[in-house]
Design a binder for this molecule. Structure first.
Ligand code: B3K
Ligand code: ZN
Length: 874
């Protein structure tokens, strides 16, 4: 496959002003009649051929200005349709194609999910529906007529506003016409047709527009759609209040489907969702699901401005919409819930997904320079690190300048397909600051390491902090430049934060030191006592921090820091250091660390911890074994790492079992389940405690888990009981697993969690268990959620995916190859599980490499899988 490069970008030679689609839905022979109004792009080459994208299409007929096009005047290839010498003026094209949505297993373009017709076009699925200039900088006004048998598709939806709908003569068929007045790129096109129930609610925007909101779900599931609709209303108000953004159509529809390659899709006025991120009731959705639904409903809604009204010039600018929209949804959730807890959760995700990507062969800049398959670049780097860049920008220029910059961006770029440069220019103008050096973050891959050390001068009452940065080489980028790192900091004394006084120009208002050179030092004066530095408060930059603080100083920060993120981080750092040592084979300090952590946690839990139980739950949770493996970084033995993690958890759990038990009792919920942040936080703490007890006092843990399972009135507590029991081998565990499976036999989304809980068991028997579960009646390789639950769960199992005998790699590699024949996107995602293979010890490394080579050598691989295999080995 050819390499597509950012530097080769050229405007399209042709533009398409309007698109009229007439689509007659049929399970195997859907007719698509498309009429395009084209004209030469003044910014392109006059007289250039017209090259329309098409994928797995053949035209039934082509008319140019209503006259059949002579076959000598065009040619067809597997990539599309070229009209060699089109008229050098505006003209129309009418093209008819026939599709088989029932046979579309790639879930790109038009397909059927449980009988419902639906589409997925981002990044390049529209070309699987009709011939088109399928690139985001070609924006057109769409009118879409949908026709179907009433019995098969009583609901017919597309983008924009409904302008006509009626039965056809005979009464068996009907149609609907939708018009979207906002010009949009083809990737935002969508249609839905099927039998669906819905819930709806009228909404009036701040600027007075009446909007009908609706959430469509599988028949019989409308009772589970309320939370999504409620979340939609709340995020719409929030966007009006915080960003001044109003909605711009008369309807906003959300549709849940059960076969979907990713989470959801922001099609204009018609968001299509993986039903996992819509359906919720207390017994089939966990607190985490409620929070994800709220976040993803918001994310897709926020795209209406950051993505749709302002879209991307080309796919290299993907972070322009994704990083910014993740930032916006994170801010929304922070405002709806606890800001520090949300930040901690987001940083955990960033470290586990993005830092690991940055540390391996798939590392790439937030704005990649080249790609073979764009669908492989919807990554934690583009999304989560992309959001961190926006967050840093806000810290660097300040809240007010940031708000002015956003306002400028919305005003200036509305209706355009924009670039990162145009975005940043708005903030240069709003702040008066030069952001050229900051822009380096978009170009340079890898996670910088910041090394910090400090010295107190008792005589001078001053404290000097040294900061240095470096970034390791990543594929294609052997040399790294220093980047602009905002280090938000405080100096903590016996009685809390000390005043920050410094003549250094690098110290900005709000206590931010900007590290934009290889190293710098800054001296703080007027300090009557030796301070403990609290660095990177709120995780002000996506970097690794190495501190010269001892465990005692960290424990002091844990109890005295005014920044909740760093309180949490302090304890994580103490645990991480001990686990890294033990994970490398030196477990000599682990017991002492366990005792120190247990003591700190004990007084924390006895103190005012219960004022924010969700925060306390985060404090109780140690870094994951995979985080420790990544910190070790080379010659990792997953069994040693996992063993150390178990030992530390068990020691803490054992020491605190009595206290945790009492804490659990004090947190017991009375009254009916509510997904609100406060009760969810109490459940999180209770269940975090249960996990520690299960490891530290297994008999007690089993008793508590079984009792909790029996009494629970919600999925969160049932799942936590199941998860705790998976840590305790034996007959009781197997019985609970069986009982859970029967209870939820008809709830595929809950079974996904059940499959995953089993796939994550850190025992040798897990691989045969997973293989057996592939024969479970609910499992299917054809459904992405099932695959992500069972196989994705297994691939995330540090010790079992990385079995010393290599069987874990072979198993996943075989599934990747099998899946690639039907769904390349899901297959290539799964292959991404190998991204950390180079950090393993030599034996496993060789076996993982062999599995990757086996995949790479398979004939007829999709571009998706071939690209990941090649880059993983590169
Ligand atoms: N924009 C979509 C993701 C599309 C993925 C294409 N492979 C969902 C989102 O980020 O909101
Ligand atoms: Zn998005």
């Amino acid at each position: 496959a050819p390499l597509i490069r950012l530097e080769d970008y050229r405007p399209s030679d042709w533009l398409i002003d309007t698109v009229d689609l007439d689509i007659v839905l049929d399970p195997t022979r859907t007719k698509v009649r498309s009429q395009l109004q084209l004209r030469p792009n003044p910014a392109g080459d006059a007289g250039a051929p017209l090259v329309l994208d098409g994928d797995e299409l053949t035209p039934d007929s082509i008319l140019l200005d209503e006259v059949p096009l002579d076959p000598t005047l065009y040619s067809l290839s597997s990539q599309g349709l070229t009209i060699h010498a089109p008229p050098a003026r505006a003209f129309s094209l009418r093209i008819e194609t026939t599709l088989d949505p029932g046979a579309n297993t790639k879930l790109m373009g038009l397909y059927r999910s449980s009988g419902v017709y639906c589409t997925q076009c981002e990044a390049d699925g529209f070309r699987r529906i009709t011939y088109f200039l399928d690139r985001p900088d070609v924006m057109s006004v769409y009118t879409v007529r949908l026709e179907a048998r009433k019995a098969e598709a009583p609901v017919l939806l597309s983008n924009g506003n409904l302008v006509a709908a009626a039965e056809l003569p005979g009464g068996e068929r009907h149609f609907a016409v939708w018009h979207d007045p906002h010009p949009k790129p083809a990737y935002l096109f969508a249609l839905v047709g099927g039998k669906l129930d819905h819930v709806r609610q009228p909404y009036v925007t701040a600027d007075g527009r009446k909007v009908e909101l609706a959430v469509y779900v599988e028949p019989g599931k409308a009772g589970r759609a309320g939370w999504a609709l409620d979340s939609l209303v709340r995020c719409m108000r929030w966007d009006e209040r915080v960003f001044g953004r109003n909605y711009d159509l008369d309807v906003f529809n959300v549709v849940a489907v059960s076969d979907f390659n990713m989470g959801a899709m922001e099609n204009k006025g018609l968001n299509i969702f993986n039903d996992k991120y819509v359906l919720a009731d207390p017994l089939t959705a966990s607190d985490g699901d409620y929070a994800s639904i709220e976040a993803i409903i918001a994310h897709e809604y926020f795209h209406n401005w950051t993505g749709n009204r302002i879209t991307c010039r080309d796919w290299f600018q993907l972070c322009l919409k994704e990083g910014l929209t993740v930032f916006r949804d994170q801010e929304f959730s922070s405002d709806e819930r606890s800001r520090p807890v949300k930040r901690i959760a987001d940083v955990r995700t960033l470290r586990s997904t993005q830092f690991s990507e940055d540390a391996g062969p798939l590392a790439h800049p937030v704005r990649p320079r080249a790609y073979k398959e764009i669908n492989n670049f919807y990554t934690p780097t583009v999304y989560e690190k992309g959001a961190e860049l926006i967050r840093m920008l806000k810290v660097l220029i300040g809240e007010e300048a940031f708000a002015r910059g956003m306002g400028l961006y919305f005003e200036r770029c509305d209706g355009t397909a924009a670039t990162i440069e145009e975005f940043l220019d708005c903030f240069v103008e709003a702040s008066g600051q030069d952001l050229a050096h900051f822009a380096q973050w978009y170009e340079q891959a890898g996670t910088p390491t910041v090394v910090a050390s400090g010295k107190y001068d008792a005589q001078a009452k001053s404290y000097t902090l040294q900061l240095a940065q470096s970034t390791s080489a990543t594929p294609g980028q052997p040399e790294k430049e220093p980047v602009v790192i905002p280090v938000a900091l405080g100096l903590v004394g016996q009685g809390g934060d000390l005043p920050l006084t410094s003549v250094s120009p690098t110290l900005k208002a709000g206590g931010v030191v900007v590290l934009d050179q290889p190293s710098l030092s800054v001296t703080f004066t007027d300090l009557p006592e030796a301070p403990t530095p609290s660095l990177l408060r709120g995780f002000s930059a996506p970097v690794r921090l190495e501190l010269d603080l001892g465990d005692n100083e960290l424990l002091r920060l844990f109890s005295a820091d005014s920044d909740p993120f760093n309180r949490w981080q302090a304890l994580q750092t103490v645990a991480t250091r001990a686990l890294v040592r033990a994970g490398k084979g030196d477990g000599s300090t682990l017991d002492a660390t366990a005792a120190a952590l247990a003591e700190a946690l004990s007084s924390f839990l006895a103190g005012p911890a219960l004022t924010d139980p969700a925060f306390a739950a985060q404090v109780l949770r140690l870094p994951a074994p995979a985080d420790i493996a990544r910190e070790i970084g080379r010659d990792v033995d997953p069994d040693t790492v996992h063993g150390a993690h178990r030992r530390l958890s068990a020691a803490i759990g054992g020491a605190l079992a009595g206290q945790l038990n009492a804490l659990r009792d004090s947190l017991t919920e009375r009254g009916p389940y509510s997904p609100a942040a406060a009760p969810a936080g109490r459940r999180a703490l209770r269940n975090e405690a249960l996990g520690l007890i299960a490891l530290g006092a297994p008999a007690e843990g089993a008793r508590l888990s079984l009792a909790q399972f029996a009494e629970a009135d919600n999925l969160t507590d049932r799942l936590a009981a199941l998860a705790a029991m998976t840590l305790i081998p034996g007959a009781e565990r197997e019985e609970l697993i069986a009982r859970f499976g029967e209870l939820y036999a008809r709830e595929p989304l809950v079974l996904d969690k059940w499959l995953m809980a089993q796939a994550l068991i850190a025992e040798d028997g897990t691989l045969p268990r997973v293989k057996a579960l592939m024969n479970h009646p609910a499992f299917s390789l054809g459904n992405p959620n099932r695959v992500r639950g069972l196989i994705g769960g297994f691939a995330a199992n540090l010790t079992q995916f990385n079995r010393a005998d290599g069987e874990g790699y072979g198993f996943v590699a075989d599934i990747v190859i099998a899946l690639d024949r039907t769904n390349p996107q899901v297959a290539s995602r799964l292959l991404g599980s190998f991204k950390s293979w180079r950090m393993l010890e030599a034996g496993r490394r060789a076996k993982a490499e062999a599995a990757l080579r086996m995949v790479g050598a398979t004939p007829n691989l999709s571009r998706d899988v071939a690209d990941i295999a090649a880059r993983s080995l590169g």
